[in-house]
Design a protein. Sequence first.
Length: 317
Amino acid sequence: MRVRAEKRLRSSGSRSSAVHLAAKPRVLVIYKKSAYQLHVVERKNPRVKKLLRRRDRTVSMLRRAHEDHVACLAHARETLARLGAQAVFRYRKEEGATESFDLVVTLGGDGTLLWASHIVGPDKPMVAINTAPSHSVGFFCAGTKYDLEDVLADALAGRLRATELSRMRVDIDGACVATRVLNDALFCHASPAATSRYVLSHRGREEDQKSSGIWIGPAAGSTAAQRSAGGKIMPAGSKRLQFVVREPYEPRGVRYHWVHGMVDPPERLRIQSKMETSCLYLDGPHLTLPVVMGATIEMMRSHEPLTLLGFRRASPR
């Protein structure tokens, strides 16, 4: 395993990381709970249990993904203990600070990494491991359950490449509400079936627009929703933000100037809501902020980047 891991690191163009940890590093491991654990074991959802008994295709992967995840969690505990790390395991919804730790490890998928990134400052390195690669994308992950030992050993020894990823700051009516948006933000009507109405302001031009909403985010999220909505894939190290209007509605004789574009530091993208009920979703569905009519949202590059270890997309191709 060690030989294959080192070969993989060299072939990806990685270099020795500048992140050096203490002799007995304190490691915070943030993990998710599988869908099977939540719906079947804890909530005892009768509908899901019935579907499992029927071997319905909608739940066909639940048990296997759960078994993979639980096995990977146990393997991580054993590996960190053997490597001499002082590890604390924390379920991702449990509150707690991260300042006293030398390294933050996430066990799950991209959602777990995104959730954890909001409580990790710019001076704290993170490394993500995909615990169920057959059922999860793991775009931000340095490895999977198959090379977990190698990834953890390389992270603790400072052998994983460190990539600084820009994050986004969000203000609402002049008050900062977030400084660590890594993937993207979605601004839209509170109902997905309703039209989003707003005023978009960028580089001296104001436009009244109607659409399904707007995606805005830094480079790390440009391969996800931004790309699906027609945006461009940005270099991982870019400090720019990108915005993409979803399904713009242009009445006859009207053509929007800003359907998509870039926000160069220190520029800010401004959006003023014309809706009675609208929402701002930050890095997925779990962090949701209501936006009242007339409120002004401003997005800009944050001064708090994320240090991610072993980020494969940062490697030369």
